[in-house]
Ligand binder design. Structure first.
Ligand SMILES: NC(=O)c1ccc[n+]([C@@H]2O[C@H](COP(=O)([O-])OP(=O)(O)OC[C@H]3O[C@@H](n4cnc5c(N)ncnc54)[C@H](O)[C@@H]3O)[C@@H](O)[C@H]2O)c1
Ligand SMILES: [Zn+2]
Length: 339
């Protein structure tokens, strides 16, 4: 399979290959200090600095980016370089995709999660009306630069967010990746493992860019995870995306075993890895009904029917799986008792 998006190891090689007229850079307050000097210390580009994290993904920020590009008279042949995590890539990518109907984009992901997931696949978004990623378009970047030096300044939680997505990629698409992660954890992550993980995402995206069917497999664990995250938000509790996805994968693996004959031993090993690398589950029986409500309202559902991704075996995902709410409650029980 040919790669969907051009892959680069250095910013210089990407810039040489893309041969754009002018370059604009978007960073956030942290990546400006922690990351930009590692790749572009001696380059003089116009730079736009976003607030760090999720608060950058707003309509106001998007409008500020459009305004900045307009005042600088940026053109479709110019490129926006997004140096940051998923938030910078999401809002920068949307600004670039919509400015003059689309200028060029180069993603320079700086978190493990964005290196393995958010920088690829072309999804861009801002949050709107209190809803996550409500407004966005799908448009591939022109290239992605992968540089593992950025990982050095990430904290343990930021690393585990990426680890959860890599484990997901292993489970849905690459048994060797799954095995390597289980035996080495976050310390085993090197360039080759990262590329294996990226290749899984790229493979599912290539089969279904518009996210109509096969790409749904990348949602493994996420319908559960989004409900755990929404519940935590309602209670003003902190829950990292990686932990929520890890819990979600435990629930999805339970369904996979009881309904699709997923091998029990593979589930046990995955569970043990999750126990060792992520926080224990904090949900309680009294949360089940609210969690189910939240799962019913997930944007991937059709007519409020909960659609899940399960696995027949590692590398064999089944999408749009429907099950009874009783079985989903059993999966919550399993998560509480097992992790
Ligand atoms: N488009 C997609 O396909 C896709 C996929 C997954 C997630 N996402 C989106 O990505 C976002 C989450 O991405 P994220 O986890 O990268 O978080 P993020 O972009 O919010 O970054 C998290 C924090 O890490 C900081 N940071 C970034 N790189 C750093 C570095 N090298 N050293 C130290 N600090 C650094 C950031 O400044 C921020 O404070 C969410 O908004 C999510 O919706 C998009
Ligand atoms: Zn995720």
């Amino acid at each position: 399979m040919t790669n969907v998006v051009n892959r680069y190891k250095t910013l210089a090689s990407a810039m040489q290959s893309m041969a754009c007229n002018r370059w604009f850079v978007v960073v956030d307050e942290q990546t400006r200090d922690a990351c930009l000097p590692l790749v572009a210390a001696d380059l003089q580009f116009p730079i736009f600095v976003l607030p760090a994290g999720e608060s950058a993904k707003t309509l106001d920020t998007l409008a500020l980016l459009w305004d900045w590009l307009d005042k600088a008279n940026a053109s479709r042949d110019d490129a926006l370089i997004c140096v940051g995590g998923g938030a910078v890539c999401d809002v920068g990518g949307l600004a670039a995709a919509t400015f003059k109907r689309g200028m060029r984009v180069l993603n320079v992901p700086t978190t493990l999660l964005s290196m393995t997931d958010a920088a690829w696949g072309g999804k861009t978004a801002i949050n709107f009306n209190g809803k996550k990623n409500l407004i966005g378009v799908i448009r591939h970047p022109d290239g992605v630069v992968i540089n593992l030096r950025f990982l050095q300044t990430l904290n343990a939680e930021q690393l585990s967010d990426g680890l959860a997505e890599m484990l997901k990629h292993g489970l849905i698409g690459d048994r060797k990746l799954w095995t390597a992660l289980l035996s080495g954890g976050v310390d085993a992550i090197d360039e080759s493992l990262l590329w294996q993980s990226i290749s899984v995402k790229e493979r599912f995206v290539a089969q279904d860019v518009c996210d109509l069917n096969l790409r749904h497999a990348l949602n493994f664990g996420h319908t559960f995870a989004h409900a755990f995250e929404a519940l935590a938000r309602e209670r003003q509790q902190h829950l990292s995306h990686g932990t929520a996805v890890a819990w979600g994968m435990v629930c999805a693996l339970y369904l996979s075993v009881v309904e699709c004959a997923f091998p029990v031993d593979d589930m046990r090993q995955t569970l043990q890895f999750i126990q060792e690398n992520f926080h224990p589950a904090t949900i309680e029986c009294k949360d089940y009904d609210r969690l189910l409500q939240l799962m019913r309202s997930d944007k991937k559902n059709v007519q409020n029917q909960i659609r899940l991704v399960v696995l027949k075996s590692i590398e064999q995902p089944l999408i749009d799986w429907q099950t009874s709410e009783e079985t989903i409650k059993e999966a919550f029980d399993f998560l509480r008792e097992g992790v």
